[in-house]
Design a protein around this ligand. Sequence first.
Ligand SMILES: O=C(O)c1ccccc1NCC(=O)[C@H](O)[C@H](O)COP(=O)(O)O
Length: 217
Amino acid sequence: MTAVSAPAVAIKICGVTTPGAVDSAIRARADHVGFVFFPPSPRALTPREAATLGARAAGRIGRVGLFVDATDALIAEAVDAAGLDALQLHGEESPARAAELRARHGLPVWKAVPVASAADIDRAAAYLGAADLVLFDAKTPKGTLPGGMGLAFDWSLLSGWRNRAPWGLAGGLAPGNVAEAVRLTGAPLVDTSSGVETAPGVKDPALIAAFCATARG
Ligand SMILES: O=C(O)c1ccccc1NCC(=O)[C@H](O)[C@H](O)COP(=O)(O)O
Protein backbone atom coordinates (compact mmCIF):
# COMPACT_ATOMS: atom_id res chain seq x y z
CA MET A 1 0.00 0.00 0.00
CA THR A 2 1.31 3.48 -0.82
CA ALA A 3 1.64 5.75 2.18
CA VAL A 4 -0.19 9.06 1.81
CA SER A 5 1.41 11.87 3.76
CA ALA A 6 -0.68 14.66 5.21
CA PRO A 7 -0.17 18.05 3.52
CA ALA A 8 2.35 20.23 5.33
CA VAL A 9 0.86 22.74 7.69
CA ALA A 10 1.71 26.37 6.91
CA ILE A 11 3.11 28.40 9.78
CA LYS A 12 2.89 32.10 10.57
CA ILE A 13 4.93 33.78 13.29
CA CYS A 14 3.03 36.96 14.09
CA GLY A 15 4.21 40.15 15.74
CA VAL A 16 7.88 40.10 14.82
CA THR A 17 9.62 43.35 15.63
CA THR A 18 13.34 42.72 15.11
CA PRO A 19 15.65 41.48 12.34
CA GLY A 20 16.63 38.61 14.66
CA ALA A 21 13.03 37.44 14.94
CA VAL A 22 12.62 37.55 11.15
CA ASP A 23 15.80 35.49 10.79
CA SER A 24 14.62 32.99 13.43
CA ALA A 25 11.33 32.46 11.57
CA ILE A 26 13.21 31.93 8.29
CA ARG A 27 15.68 29.54 9.92
CA ALA A 28 12.79 27.54 11.39
CA ARG A 29 11.21 27.38 7.90
CA ALA A 30 8.05 29.24 8.86
CA ASP A 31 6.00 30.35 5.86
CA HIS A 32 4.96 33.85 6.97
CA VAL A 33 5.87 36.54 9.45
CA GLY A 34 3.32 39.08 10.66
CA PHE A 35 3.97 42.80 11.12
CA VAL A 36 1.46 44.44 13.48
CA PHE A 37 0.32 47.94 12.45
CA PHE A 38 -1.84 48.64 15.49
CA PRO A 39 -0.33 51.25 17.84
CA PRO A 40 -1.77 49.89 21.14
CA SER A 41 -0.04 46.54 20.61
CA PRO A 42 3.29 45.82 22.36
CA ARG A 43 4.32 44.46 18.94
CA ALA A 44 3.34 47.54 16.95
CA LEU A 45 5.51 48.80 14.13
CA THR A 46 5.31 52.00 12.12
CA PRO A 47 5.56 51.59 8.35
CA ARG A 48 9.05 53.09 8.54
CA GLU A 49 10.15 50.49 11.13
CA ALA A 50 8.59 47.70 9.10
CA ALA A 51 10.49 48.75 5.96
CA THR A 52 13.77 47.31 7.28
CA LEU A 53 12.14 44.05 8.34
CA GLY A 54 10.22 43.80 5.08
CA ALA A 55 13.42 44.15 3.06
CA ARG A 56 15.12 41.49 5.17
CA ALA A 57 12.21 39.08 4.67
CA ALA A 58 11.72 39.74 0.93
CA GLY A 59 11.76 36.56 -1.15
CA ARG A 60 12.57 34.43 1.91
CA ILE A 61 9.30 34.38 3.85
CA GLY A 62 5.82 35.82 3.34
CA ARG A 63 5.14 39.26 4.84
CA VAL A 64 1.67 39.67 6.29
CA GLY A 65 0.57 43.11 7.50
CA LEU A 66 -1.88 43.03 10.40
CA PHE A 67 -4.39 45.88 10.72
CA VAL A 68 -7.25 46.63 13.09
CA ASP A 69 -9.91 48.81 11.45
CA ALA A 70 -7.08 50.81 9.91
CA THR A 71 -7.36 53.83 7.66
CA ASP A 72 -6.72 53.61 3.93
CA ALA A 73 -3.67 55.84 4.41
CA LEU A 74 -2.00 53.58 6.99
CA ILE A 75 -2.60 50.46 4.92
CA ALA A 76 -1.25 52.05 1.75
CA GLU A 77 1.84 53.35 3.54
CA ALA A 78 2.53 49.96 5.16
CA VAL A 79 2.05 48.05 1.89
CA ASP A 80 4.57 50.30 0.15
CA ALA A 81 7.11 50.49 2.97
CA ALA A 82 7.19 46.83 4.01
CA GLY A 83 6.43 45.25 0.61
CA LEU A 84 3.54 43.29 2.10
CA ASP A 85 2.45 40.03 0.48
CA ALA A 86 -0.90 39.80 2.27
CA LEU A 87 -3.20 41.90 4.47
CA GLN A 88 -4.61 40.48 7.71
CA LEU A 89 -7.68 42.32 9.00
CA HIS A 90 -8.10 41.81 12.73
CA GLY A 91 -10.84 44.28 13.58
CA GLU A 92 -14.50 44.66 12.64
CA GLU A 93 -13.87 45.03 8.92
CA SER A 94 -16.92 44.02 6.87
CA PRO A 95 -16.84 41.62 3.91
CA ALA A 96 -17.20 44.67 1.63
CA ARG A 97 -14.15 46.31 3.23
CA ALA A 98 -12.13 43.11 2.82
CA ALA A 99 -13.08 42.88 -0.87
CA GLU A 100 -12.34 46.57 -1.42
CA LEU A 101 -8.84 46.28 0.08
CA ARG A 102 -8.09 43.16 -1.92
CA ALA A 103 -9.07 44.93 -5.15
CA ARG A 104 -7.23 48.15 -4.31
CA HIS A 105 -3.90 46.54 -3.35
CA GLY A 106 -4.06 43.38 -5.45
CA LEU A 107 -3.09 41.36 -2.38
CA PRO A 108 -4.68 38.37 -0.65
CA VAL A 109 -6.77 39.35 2.35
CA TRP A 110 -6.91 37.24 5.51
CA LYS A 111 -9.85 37.98 7.80
CA ALA A 112 -9.50 37.16 11.48
CA VAL A 113 -12.75 35.95 13.01
CA PRO A 114 -13.00 35.95 16.81
CA VAL A 115 -14.50 32.74 18.15
CA ALA A 116 -16.27 31.99 21.41
CA SER A 117 -19.30 30.02 20.18
CA ALA A 118 -20.64 28.06 17.21
CA ALA A 119 -22.43 31.19 15.98
CA ASP A 120 -19.05 32.87 15.50
CA ILE A 121 -17.98 30.08 13.15
CA ASP A 122 -21.18 30.57 11.14
CA ARG A 123 -20.47 34.30 10.89
CA ALA A 124 -17.22 33.53 9.07
CA ALA A 125 -19.25 32.37 6.07
CA ALA A 126 -20.03 36.02 5.32
CA TYR A 127 -16.40 36.42 4.18
CA LEU A 128 -16.52 33.64 1.57
CA GLY A 129 -15.57 35.26 -1.71
CA ALA A 130 -14.51 38.51 -0.02
CA ALA A 131 -11.43 37.26 1.86
CA ASP A 132 -8.87 34.72 0.67
CA LEU A 133 -8.41 33.06 4.06
CA VAL A 134 -10.35 33.05 7.32
CA LEU A 135 -8.20 33.03 10.46
CA PHE A 136 -10.10 31.71 13.46
CA ASP A 137 -8.76 33.30 16.65
CA ALA A 138 -9.98 33.40 20.24
CA LYS A 139 -12.42 36.17 21.16
CA THR A 140 -10.64 38.37 23.71
CA PRO A 141 -12.23 40.22 26.65
CA LYS A 142 -13.71 43.69 25.98
CA GLY A 143 -11.19 46.46 26.46
CA THR A 144 -8.18 44.26 25.65
CA LEU A 145 -6.25 43.70 22.42
CA PRO A 146 -8.26 41.82 19.77
CA GLY A 147 -5.41 39.30 19.37
CA GLY A 148 -2.00 38.29 20.60
CA MET A 149 -3.33 37.53 24.08
CA GLY A 150 -2.37 33.85 24.33
CA LEU A 151 -6.00 32.76 24.65
CA ALA A 152 -7.30 29.59 23.01
CA PHE A 153 -10.91 28.77 22.07
CA ASP A 154 -12.73 25.46 22.00
CA TRP A 155 -11.28 23.87 18.84
CA SER A 156 -14.18 21.42 18.56
CA LEU A 157 -16.29 24.37 17.37
CA LEU A 158 -14.36 24.21 14.09
CA SER A 159 -16.18 21.02 13.12
CA GLY A 160 -18.96 23.40 12.01
CA TRP A 161 -16.66 24.99 9.43
CA ARG A 162 -16.10 21.88 7.35
CA ASN A 163 -13.28 23.43 5.31
CA ARG A 164 -15.66 25.74 3.46
CA ALA A 165 -12.73 27.94 2.40
CA PRO A 166 -9.02 28.31 3.09
CA TRP A 167 -8.55 28.89 6.80
CA GLY A 168 -6.09 29.01 9.65
CA LEU A 169 -6.04 28.56 13.41
CA ALA A 170 -4.73 31.10 15.94
CA GLY A 171 -5.10 31.76 19.63
CA GLY A 172 -3.01 30.38 22.45
CA LEU A 173 -0.90 28.15 20.22
CA ALA A 174 2.55 27.29 21.57
CA PRO A 175 5.16 24.54 21.16
CA GLY A 176 3.37 22.46 23.80
CA ASN A 177 -0.07 22.34 22.14
CA VAL A 178 0.35 23.03 18.43
CA ALA A 179 0.80 19.39 17.42
CA GLU A 180 -2.43 18.45 19.16
CA ALA A 181 -4.20 21.45 17.65
CA VAL A 182 -3.20 20.35 14.14
CA ARG A 183 -4.14 16.75 14.84
CA LEU A 184 -7.57 17.61 16.26
CA THR A 185 -8.59 20.34 13.83
CA GLY A 186 -6.68 19.51 10.63
CA ALA A 187 -5.76 23.19 10.40
CA PRO A 188 -3.90 23.92 7.14
CA LEU A 189 -2.26 26.97 8.72
CA VAL A 190 -1.30 27.81 12.30
CA ASP A 191 -0.48 31.26 13.65
CA THR A 192 1.23 32.15 16.90
CA SER A 193 2.47 35.23 18.65
CA SER A 194 2.71 35.15 22.45
CA GLY A 195 3.36 31.39 22.45
CA VAL A 196 6.84 32.03 21.06
CA GLU A 197 7.68 34.98 23.31
CA THR A 198 9.43 35.41 26.66
CA ALA A 199 7.57 38.71 27.27
CA PRO A 200 4.98 40.62 25.21
CA GLY A 201 6.71 41.54 21.97
CA VAL A 202 9.94 39.65 22.72
CA LYS A 203 10.25 36.65 20.38
CA ASP A 204 12.45 33.74 21.40
CA PRO A 205 14.45 31.90 18.69
CA ALA A 206 14.30 28.55 20.53
CA LEU A 207 10.52 28.78 20.98
CA ILE A 208 10.08 29.69 17.30
CA ALA A 209 12.17 26.67 16.29
CA ALA A 210 10.28 24.38 18.67
CA PHE A 211 6.90 25.66 17.47
CA CYS A 212 7.73 25.09 13.81
CA ALA A 213 9.19 21.64 14.44
CA THR A 214 6.24 20.42 16.50
CA ALA A 215 3.64 21.96 14.18
CA ARG A 216 5.08 19.91 11.33
CA GLY A 217 5.01 16.78 13.48
O1 LIG B 1 -0.28 40.46 18.32
C1 LIG B 1 -0.86 41.52 18.63
O2 LIG B 1 -0.40 42.32 19.43
C2 LIG B 1 -2.20 41.81 18.04
C3 LIG B 1 -2.80 43.02 18.32
C4 LIG B 1 -4.03 43.33 17.79
C5 LIG B 1 -4.67 42.42 16.97
C6 LIG B 1 -4.07 41.20 16.69
C7 LIG B 1 -2.84 40.89 17.22
N1 LIG B 1 -2.25 39.67 16.96
C8 LIG B 1 -2.90 38.76 16.11
C9 LIG B 1 -2.24 37.53 15.71
O3 LIG B 1 -2.11 37.24 14.54
C10 LIG B 1 -1.87 36.55 16.72
O4 LIG B 1 -0.95 35.68 16.16
C11 LIG B 1 -3.10 35.76 17.14
O5 LIG B 1 -4.05 36.64 17.72
C12 LIG B 1 -2.72 34.74 18.16
O6 LIG B 1 -2.08 35.35 19.24
P1 LIG B 1 -1.55 34.45 20.44
O7 LIG B 1 -2.74 33.90 21.13
O8 LIG B 1 -0.76 35.37 21.29
O9 LIG B 1 -0.70 33.40 19.81
